[in-house]
Design a protein around this ligand. Structure first.
Ligand code: ME8
Length: 671
């Protein structure tokens, strides 16, 4: 029987467009799946979209769409992106599909019939952003995960007897250390479970965008129970045709980001235990991709889209960079500079250059046929050193890759690239090629054979990570279709003498500095404005012609712009910064005005703001606010106001200062 392997990505929420954070997990899984297939393993790779829940319902409402419209649109965007990137998923599951709904309901019934679901009342806090019950918090308390305010939920719910699984889960973690990787995540989960598990509310009745609870359709199933089940419903669990389920379940790896560890390592195995189903073999949690020092996320708006990189440098560049740059399991920063730097150094000048110089010289000096290495007498120690290093590289790469240490695996393979480059420089095949004596021809043959064989080995190893370029190099080496190669047999010396090379073409054209700028511009154009339209609350002097309420748009845009829209350039003119209030006091004789001194990082500004009726001065000290920093100064009650504080002001309501759910350094620009 052939070995099987089942790997999954999280299913992504459809409340926002895909960004390279999602791409990161997906390409990691894709690289693993490709490699398994190359090793002859019967592989199933699942991805998809998570489409139910209050968060999606609200996102649809905000976008003026029905939830189904929004989910259809965004789900197809994810799928189209994966198709464009050549992601080799075997199935794409949507939680709004009939097959999924049926499977989730079957799972519910099974857990219920086994006695692990009961009805009760839930009164407590809920974070819609994380779709998480926050049992311990009081009304209005922030979510411990994301810091956003939680909402109070008072509902009759169905509960899952999670408390019954505390010891079983601890036994699972103890008996299977490989169940949660890396170790740091495992320790976090163990201490969370040790601290005690309460029963979990698993239905909601105050909104309807979800899968109805079997036999009680007033309730919809808790979105995480719905979502986690995708890993089995996609295989046909709960349907008539369970062949895939029988063949592939349990999963070998659920690959996830570190923020959803609890759902996967606590709730999911508990649901499966309650249903009497086999548990996944392992959950692997990676770290976050950071951009400008904070987690890249749709809510922060600091995202980078994959499309930009695909357009400018192509999919191999993105795949290579993410897997090489970030130490898997840890957080890592994304920057266009680092991307282009690695692309040039390691792909264009590294592998690409090795391929083109080796293959060009074989074409030139041996009419495009892999030459015979020279007899033992003309062999040098350097030739054997490359062969030995290549053999060691295969073993090390395999071991590291199989432990998800992609970065170190690639580093090892590129160590071989560098060694061969050095070997070529030291042996000067171009000089040997100018000579016709037998000795020089023999040396040349050995040097080029050795280089080509090492190139073949790196190409085979790297194929799972950079599939397009390696497929080209493979066929330029005259080896045909790389996907037919049996990677489990890879070893030194398989390159057959006399193999006819294909047409030699460069695989990684060098990129110049302008690529960075181009990508940055593309992102600036495409990135949704991170900030909502802010409203100025500053009192205007009697004589000023401006209206009481100023929007960003009107502050920056000439009146001639059609239909009230502004271009990104206009928006960019508004310099909004995070400031911290150092001093706040009432302005004598002006009931509405406060005089503030606000630290903007580089300077402290005096700002006079019309917020005295809403905020007592002492409550503002130390608070972070948003300041429009490049307004022309003006005088209010004789005081110079050097900037404007941003707040939302409902008609007739009190102004509410703009704030951040997460901490932001003073001086940070809003864009
Ligand atoms: O959590 N860095 O969906 P989601 C690294 N629907 N990975 C990132 C990332 C970043 N900055 N941003 C996103 C959900 N990801 C649920 C999952 S599964 C049954 C349900 C990746 O759209 C990473 O894999 O918020 C993370 O766990 C996932 O996208 C979250 O995607």
């Amino acid at each position: 029987m052939t070995e099987k392997f089942y790997i999954t990505t999280p299913i992504y929420y459809v409340n926002a467009r895909p960004h390279i954070g999602h791409t990161y997990t997906t390409i990691a899984c894709d690289a693993i799946a490709r490699r398994k297939r190359m090793l002859g393993v019967n592989t199933f790779f699942l991805t998809g979209t998570d489409e139910h829940g209050q968060k999606i319902e609200r996102a649809a409402e905000a976008a003026g769409k029905t939830p189904q419209q929004l989910t259809d649109e965004v789900s197809s965007e994810f799928r189209a992106l994966w198709d464009r990137m050549g992601i080799t998923y075997d199935d794409f599951i949507r939680t709004t599909s009939e097959r999924h709904k049926r499977g989730v309901q079957a799972l519910w019934r099974r857990i219920r019939d086994n006695g692990y679901i009961y009805k009760g009342h839930y009164t407590g806090q809920y974070c819609v952003f994380d779709e998480l019950y926050v049992d311990a918090a009081g009304p209005g308390a922030p979510c411990p995960e994301c810091g956003r305010p939680t909402e109070t939920v008072k509902e009759e719910n169905y509960f899952f007897k999670l408390s019954a699984f505390q010891q079983k889960l601890l036994d699972l973690y103890a008996g299977h250390p490989e169940f949660i990787r890396p170790e740091t995540r495992r320790n976090e989960v163990i201490s969370f479970v040790r601290s005690g598990l309460r029963d979990l509310s698993i239905s909601r009745s105050t909104f309807s965008w979800g899968i109805p609870v079997p036999d009680d359709p007033k309730h919809v199933i808790y979105v995480w129970m719905d979502a986690l089940s995708n890993y089995i419903t996609a295989l046909g669990y709960g349907s008539e045709d369970t062949r895939l389920y029988d063949q592939f379940w349990p999963a070998d790896v659920h690959m996830i980001g570190k923020e959803i560890v609890r759902f996967h390592c606590v709730y999911w195995p508990a649901f499966l235990m309650a249903a009497g189903l086999p548990l996944p073999k392992g959950i692997v949690a990676h770290g976050w991709l950071l951009f400008e020092e904070s987690k890249m996320s749709k809510s922060r708006g600091n995202i980078v889209r994959s499309e930009t990189i695909l357009d400018v440098l192509g999919q191999d560049a993105l795949r290579y960079f993410l897997l090489r740059e970030i130490v898997f399991g840890q957080d890592g920063s994304f920057s266009f500079d680092a991307l282009v730097q690695r692309y040039n150094a390691e792909l264009a000048n590294g592998l690409g250059n090795l391929a083109s110089r080796t293959l060009t010289m074989i074409t030139r000096y041996f009419q495009g046929e892999v030459p015979y290495p020279s007899p033992a007498a003309a062999r040098h120690a350097a030739d054997d050193a490359i062969a030995t290093l290549a053999t060691r590289t295969i073993a090390e790469f395999n071991a590291l890759f199989d432990q998800y240490q992609f970065s170190r695996a690639l580093e090892t393979a590129w160590g071989l690239v560098a060694a061969v480059d050095k070997y070529i420089v030291e042996n000067e095949p171009w000089s040997l090629g100018e000579k016709q004596d037998e000795q020089s021809r023999a040396r040349l043959a050995t040097v080029l054979y050795t280089s080509a064989e090492a190139l073949r080995i790196v190409t085979a190893l790297a194929h799972a990570v950079i599939p397009l370029a390696t497929a080209k190099i493979w066929s330029q080496l005259g080896l045909g279709d790389i996907s037919k190669f049996d990677l489990s047999k890879l070893k030194w010396g398989q390159l057959k003498l006399g193999t006819r090379l294909g047409k030699v073409d460069p695989v990684f054209p060098r990129s110049d500095k302008s690529a960075i700028e181009r990508m940055q511009n593309m992102e600036d154009q495409g990135r949704p404005l991170a900030t909502a339209v802010a409203v100025a609350t500053e009192s205007q002097p009697q004589s000023a012609p401006n209206p009481q309420v100023t929007t960003q748009a009107s502050a920056a845009t000439p009146a001639t712009v059609p239909d009230g829209k502004i271009g990104i350039d206009d928006f960019a003119k508004v310099d909004m910064r995070v400031g911290q209030v150092k001093v706040a006091e009432k302005v004598k004789g002006a009931e509405k005005l406060l005089r503030l001194e606000v630290d903007l990082g580089s300077e402290v500004r005096q700002v006079v703001a019309g917020i005295a009726e809403a905020y007592a001065p002492e409550t503002l000290i130390g608070r972070k606010v948003v300041i429009v920093a490049n307004l022309v100064p003006r005088k209010l009650r004789g005081l110079e106001s050097n900037g404007m504080i941003v707040a939302a002001s409902a008609e007739g309501g009190r102004p509410v200062l703009a704030t951040f759910a997460e901490d932001v350094p003073v001086g940070t620009r809003l864009k």
